[in-house]
Design a protein around this ligand. Sequence first.
Ligand code: 5GP
Length: 365
Amino acid sequence: MTQIIDSTELDFCDVLFKPKRTTLNSRSEANVIREYKFKYYPHTLNSCGIIAANMATTGTFEINNVLQKYQAITCLHKHYDFNNEENRKYLIQNYQQNQNAYTFVSTGLKDDKEKLFAILSDKEFPIDKLCIDIANGYIPKLIEFVREVRTNFPHLLIMVGNVVTGDMTQDLILNGADIVKVGIGPGSVCTTRKLTGVGRPQLSAILECSDAAHGVGGLVCADGGCTCAGDVAKAFGAGADFVMLGGMFAGTDEAAGELIEKTVQTNLLCDGVLVTKKEKYKQFYGMSSQLAQEKHFGGMACYRASEGKVVEVPYKGSAESVIQEILGGIRSTMSYIGARRLKDIAKCTTFYRVNRQLNEVFGKS
Ligand code: 5GP
């Protein structure tokens, strides 16, 4: 019989942090770098926990170059060919220069397994962080694949997704994942909820999955739905260990894609003529969009339908300003709730459930 889960499911916009008495006098006392320890990966990683999504537009070498300065991670998109000399050289140099590189390579399930295993076994190719990424993390083949990769590469840092419930989070961890990626449908260019009716509000998904993961020694990465620094802080507040961002890094200099210039009409008149101005945009597309399928797979398979859209994001300048704003926002959240360390955010979090998140008296900012 059809069942209905009747408890309230929450998104980032449904809550605000309760400010608390704090021992921090300034946000500069908040430490946003956490020392991560993992269930299987035998090394520690010092990071701010922010990850650029492995989308063709944001999982780029250029974004990686900027983010690693802030100890933030980039999940490279899976269309980089590492048999290509230049791509190979980039990663090898990157790993040589950074004792513990902030770079994951990505794979799906349909990608060439032999090629992936050859790269991971290549002694000259130092990659030790892998993201196994499929839209529906509930299919049995995923668990089998995770188990196989873990058995063959016991020292790899493995992140796997995506799911939104505790049971599957634990299954993935117990079968070899260090980090489980959480989120079905919250992405800024995702249309899964519209096309399939499947999904879960992201804050509730993070709350349940992080609790389940921590219980069996694993970690979670909240993936999708963050639109501003406050959302990133709320994801950490709900228990996320890492937060993955696509749309927030889209539109930057380092994101892939042409800069599009448009002339738009303002409502200002000059000598009886409406004044025009130039606006800049960059294209950003979902990895299941028709455009992505055409660009990277030579067309959409007939049994599939597009679960992503294509948008033009206003040009934002360097990714450096985006990561600085995010880290500044998180530090400030920490000083409001009394969290000295990134890891303490969840412990110090009490959320108010709200019916209006932003004060937009003078319009949106
Ligand atoms: P954002 O930070 O833009 O809100 O979300 C980024 C996440 O959206 C990605 O990491 C990925 O999980 C998800 N995503 C990217 N492209 C697509 C797509 O075409 N369809 C769906 N369903 N999700 C996508």
